[in-house]
Ligand binder design. Structure first.
Ligand SMILES: C[S@@+](CC[C@H](N)C(=O)[O-])C[C@H]1O[C@@H](n2cnc3c(N)ncnc32)[C@H](O)[C@@H]1O
Length: 384
């Protein structure tokens, strides 16, 4: 199969894809925690996510009810990842280490592997749902095209650059690589979004809000106009004898400008130029908008190879799901997404094909304070 065929999602319609996947039955391995409010057990499932996603499509409590999916699949590195109680590593493993998982599906086969799973994930997502795909710089651009095909180019929201480690100074004929990427797509236009805000430090506040008013409040000012001319709308109209500068429009309607001025939230320069006042106390409370370059370095001593940063997952879970929603990670590894969801009061479903991953996830989740009820399942026939 060549790249064009892989990327052409219509080559396989969903029904024939689903029919081509073997059915799976589940066996219960263990149960933990207590049900609190509703009739729901979170799920940790050992097995191949393709078959498991197909089974979940037939579950009416799950089909179109998952509001957030985060995946951090293998990156086609052609390596095996191993670990033991006290260390994790790539191929250079010690004799006591066990293989955690193999990352040996590469090339177009890798893209086909992900495409089939992404199609099933899209079907499982609710109409308010969204998906974050964590991927590295080598596969990231192929994944962008694949995601455009599966979810639609118009459902692309962000390509987040994630700073993953401290600068590297290895001898390499090239720049150090300290970032990977997270592609954020939604299923429809109407997706859950709880604006994440970043706390501002006092030093930053002092730098950005250098002015002081008569009451001693620190503030700064920003332009009241933005690029782009409005031909017919309100924001192109004259206000207090002023038109927006050429090539620009007012940020809000003249009526709103009058309201802001009435509340003393506009500063007029000596030459008669109005600017919006923003107080430092507001920034202290509200923080600042989060941008698309994130610094969330991975844990220095991970319990599982490729374990991701818990605060990063908390940010994603908070932004893109509400209390009691279902969050899914179908390549869950050590369960970082599930732990974030558990801490933040969401339901969760985790799937992984590695026994080591399921074991570590189970231990991590059991340790959470007042952990809600969860069941560990496995594909029938698999040994734990
Ligand atoms: C990069 S790791 C995920 C790490 C995770 N984000 C964490 O914080 O620990 C990728 C995981 O995908 C799992 N995996 C690979 N192929 C899979 C498949 N077909 N079904 C389910 N899990 C799979 C691997 O076993 C591995 O644990």
């Amino acid at each position: 199969m060549n790249l064009e065929q892989v990327l052409d999602v219509n080559t396989k319609n969903i029904d024939s894809l689903i029919n081509s996947i073997p059915n799976v039955e589940f066996e219960k391995v263990s149960h933990h925690g207590h049900r609190i409010l509703d009739n729901w057990d979170d799920l940790l499932i050992l097995g191949d996510n393709l078959k498991i996603l197909k089974a979940l499509l037939n579950n009416k409590n799950i089909y179109k009810r998952v509001n957030l999916i985060y995946i951090d699949p293998p990156f086609a590195t052609n390596q095996s990842f191993s670990g033991s109680e006290d260390r994790t590593a790539t191929i250079s493993r010690s004799l006591n280490d066990e293989i955690a998982y193999h990352d040996t599906v590469i090339g177009t086969e890798y893209l086909e592997f992900l495409k089939e799973r992404l199609i099933l994930m899209r079907e499982i997502l609710s109409d308010e749902g969204s998906i974050y795909v964590h991927i590295d710089l080598k596969m990231g651009h192929y994944m962008k095209i694949l995601m455009d095909e599966v979810f639609g180019r118009n459902r692309f929201i962000n390509d987040i650059t994630r700073i993953k480690c401290s600068p590297k100074n290895f001898a390499r004929k090239g720049y150090g690589n300290i970032k990977d990427m997270i592609l954020f797509y939604s299923k429809t236009k109407n997706y859950i979004w709880n604006e994440p805000r970043k706390k501002m430090g006092e030093e930053e506040i002092a730098r950005l809000f250098p002015k002081v008013d008569r009451d001693g409040r620190c503030y700064t000012t920003t332009p009241l106009h933005a690029p782009g001319e409005t031909k017919n709308g309100d924001t192109g109209k004259e206000w207090k004898g002023l038109k927006p500068p050429p090539g620009r429009h007012w940020r809000c309607s003249p009526k709103e400008l009058t309201r802001l001025d009435g509340e003393g939230l506009i500063e007029w320069s000596q030459s008669g130029n109005p600017r919006k006042i923003i107080y430092a106390d507001e920034a202290r409370v509200n923080g600042k908008k989060m941008q698309d370059i994130w610094e969330f370095k991975d844990p220095p001593y991970p319990k599982y190879p490729t374990e991701k940063n818990l605060d990063m997952l908390k940010t994603i879970v908070n932004a893109s799901s509400n209390l009691g929603d279902i969050v899914m990670d179908s390549f869950c590894g050590s369960g970082t997404t599930l732990v974030a969801a558990e801490i933040l009061g969401k339901h969760w479903i985790g799937i992984d094909t590695s026994k080591a991953a399921i074991k570590i996830s189970e231990v991590r989740l059991k340790k959470q304070k007042n952990v809600s009820a969860f069941t560990v399942l496995k594909e029938k026939g698999l040994k734990v």
